[in-house]
Design a binder for this molecule. Structure first.
Ligand code: GSH
Length: 216
């Protein structure tokens, strides 16, 4: 749906779940940018009715509704929130990452989030953890976390030092804390990622968006 004259004065509605890492990415951006929004919970991730996902044909969340317009996916939503922000902030988006180190870190952070979603959805479907089909995504997730742990420090050093916020850091924080929250795997052994998360967790935006399961 397109809205030729977007109304950026009324508060948008974020459709998602408080237990979702992609939703938390959007919420952290909203908090950092000072953009108010209403929150609408998607009650059941197993629903196959697009209406439960604000019309997102991918049957995924988050979605942002702004008047007659809907935005699918965390990155689109964060960009729209930035357009609505009352003040300009120094934001680092994926397309700003033009060296292999930071660009690969961004790719792997988002891919790890997607792989984790696939593992959680298979768990919801009743697939046992030792099912042969899960061996590759499980190994892939471990490989990506090891890579991110080895490279997060250097990648952060390579980001513009005067940034207020980067999509890479928000995704990485939401990924690692979500792995613990959903008991997908313990993360304390990933020392660099843990140190980064401890640091990022000091932000008011992180503290205001702690994961929790919404009431059914
Ligand atoms: N590309 C989407 C991915 C969103 C996504 O996978 N969200 C998860 C929840 S965190 C979801 O909708 N899972 C439902 C499913 O996999 O069926 C984004 O960046 O927002």
């Amino acid at each position: 749906m397109t809205d030729p004259t977007p109304d950026r004065t009324s508060a948008p509605t974020l459709i998602g779940r408080s237990s979702s890492h992609f939703t938390r990415v959007a919420r952290i951006f909203a908090a950092e940018l000072g953009v108010a929004y209403a929150f609408q919970v998607v009650p059941d991730l197993r629903s196959v009715d697009a209406a439960d996902y604000a019309g997102n044909p991918a049957l995924r969340l988050p979605i942002l509704r702004t008047g007659a317009t809907t935005w699918f996916g965390a990155l689109n939503i964060c960009r729209e929130l930035a357009r609505r922000a009352p003040a300009q902030r120094r934001l680092v988006w994926p397309e700003h990452l033009t060296d292999a180190l930071t660009a690969n870190a961004q790719e792997l952070a988002v891919q790890a989030m997607a792989t984790e979603v696939a593992l959680i959805m298979s768990q919801l479907a009743g697939t046992p953890k030792d099912d042969a089909q899960l061996a590759k995504p499980q190994k892939s997730l471990l490989n990506m976390l090891t890579w991110l742990d080895d490279n997060i420090h250097a990648a952060r050093e390579a980001l513009p030092q005067d940034r207020d916020l980067s999509y890479l850091e928000v995704c990485t924080f939401c990924l690692v804390t979500h792995l613990e929250f959903r008991s997908v795997l313990p993360t304390s052994g990933y020392r660099a990622l843990t140190a980064f998360c401890d640091d990022f967790a000091q932000r008011a935006s992180a503290q205001a968006t702690a994961y929790r399961f919404d009431a059914p």
